[in-house]
Design a protein around this ligand. Structure first.
Ligand code: DAH
Length: 408
């Protein structure tokens, strides 16, 4: 004898209790037409569409079974199963596929929800409430698991990317200015602060700017092939920065207060000469520029550059572009003026040439020598760097030996 009833698989455990079917088990209560508990000889469950199972019961053929509370059992089982599964999930991917297993379009919980329609009017409120509770519980559990996994993942990442802050730091390899550039920058800064503006001019010059306009006649020894790098078409590599005086005065009217930092070139190579070297030229033109003003400015420069104790003197000299002209010496920084090998025993070292601008130079740039006066000076930067850093051979500055250069 057999009876069949639509059955919910939440009560599957009944099958394990084999044979004796007690409706009250796992929240199910068997209801018969007469009520009460029925005993069956045998029963088995077979999966039937979705969550429903067919229950085949032997021994109670005259009874009609319909099992209230089986969906409830199913919901509870889903909840227990999902919570258990959540505990063993280790990755966010696994969590996502578990979510789909329960909440997906064909998920277990979704299926149960869909089956709500098959419930009777009396059952629906209670099961509905339970279903909502289960869904809320699981939703919350999934959220908690997501958060925990995120956190865990972050921890792992932090661990993997951990930096040992007790290790000593790595020093960045940084460069610095060449000693000649350091000196040049210092010289510029001192004159800037005294109101001079730095201007530049071409290193490839014409004979006119390098010599003629500077009152240097064609037979002057400086124009000799042995001193000057001549190029073609009357061009040359400027032998000093003085031609920029001419260019500056041509392009502006007085007053002029400039310095000219830059490179120049001469056919020369020994302990105190390199074919390329740097000069800072200076020029001041105004209505009443005086020689004493020149001396004051250069004294101030020398003391700022070499220290307050520095003594200076002007020695008469000759330059074609200044009249009168002078060379300026400072007291030897090595022996403080007592006389030593670096100053040739004199106690003095020469640092620059200077003078009052020759009227012929003003005429070359159409300045009226009766209206303005001026003074000019020019110094070799390598020479000053040598004095400052006590470098005996100027050529070592350009050998690019880092062991040497790193000292400055
Ligand atoms: N031009 C000169 C030289 O290269 C340096 C010099 C001396 C420049 C006197 C001047 C100056 O402007 O007045 O040796």
């Amino acid at each position: 004898m057999r009876a069949t009833a639509e059955f919910h698989p939440g009560a599957t455990q009944l099958e394990n209790e084999a044979g004796r079917f007690v409706g009250a088990t796992s929240g199910s209560r068997q209801s018969t037409k007469r009520g009460g508990t029925a005993e069956v000889d045998a029963c088995r469950f077979r999966p039937h569409n979705n969550f429903n199972h067919k229950l085949e019961v032997t021994g109670q053929s005259d009874r009609c079974f319909f099992l209230r509370g089986t969906m409830k059992a199913e919901l509870q089982a889903i909840q227990a199963e999902a919570l258990a599964a959540l505990k063993s999930v280790e990755t966010l991917d696994a969590l996502e596929s578990l979510r789909i297993t329960y909440f997906g379009r064909k998920g277990k919980l979704t299926d149960v929800m869909k089956g709500m329609g098959t419930l009777s009017k009396e059952e629906r409120p209670e099961i509905g409430r339970l279903a909502n509770e289960v869904r809320a519980t699981l939703t919350q559990a999934f959220e908690a698991a997501t958060e925990a996994l995120h956190h865990q993942q972050q921890e792992h990442q932090l661990e993997a990317e951990a930096v040992d802050i007790t290790l000593p730091g790595r020093k960045p390899a940084y460069g610095k200015a060449h000693p000649v550039m350091q000196t040049l920058e210092r010289i510029e800064a001192i004159f800037r602060q005294m109101g001079f503006e730095a201007v530049t001019g071409p290193e490839v010059e014409t004979e006119y700017y390098n010599f003629d306009a500077l009152n240097t006649p064609a037979d002057h020894p400086a124009r000799d092939l042995h001193d000057t790098f001549y190029l073609t078409d009357g061009h040359l590599l400027r032998t000093h920065n003085s031609p920029v005086q001419i260019r500056a005065m041509e392009s502006q009217s007085p007053p002029v207060r400039i310095i000219v930092p830059g490179k120049c070139y001469r056919v020369d190579y020994d302990v105190s000469h390199t074919p390329m070297f740097h000069q800072v030229e200076g020029l001041l033109v105004d209505k009443h520029a005086t020689f004493s003003e020149l001396k004051g400015i250069l004294t101030s420069f020398a003391r700022q550059m070499f220290g307050d104790q520095t003594q200076m003197r002007f020695r008469p000299h000759f330059f074609p572009f200044t009249e009168p002209s002078a060379e300026m010496d400072i007291s030897c920084a090595v022996c403080q003026g007592d006389g030593c090998r670096s100053c040739g025993g004199t106690g003095w070292v020469e640092i620059l040439g200077a003078g009052a601008v020759d009227p012929a130079v003003f005429e070359a740039v159409n300045y009226d020598p009766d209206e303005v006066t001026g003074f000019a000076f020019g110094m070799g930067v390598e020479r000053i760097a040598n004095l400052q850093f006590h470098i005996p051979d100027i050529r070592t500055l350009y050998e690019n030996d880092l062991r040497f250069l790193r000292q400055f």
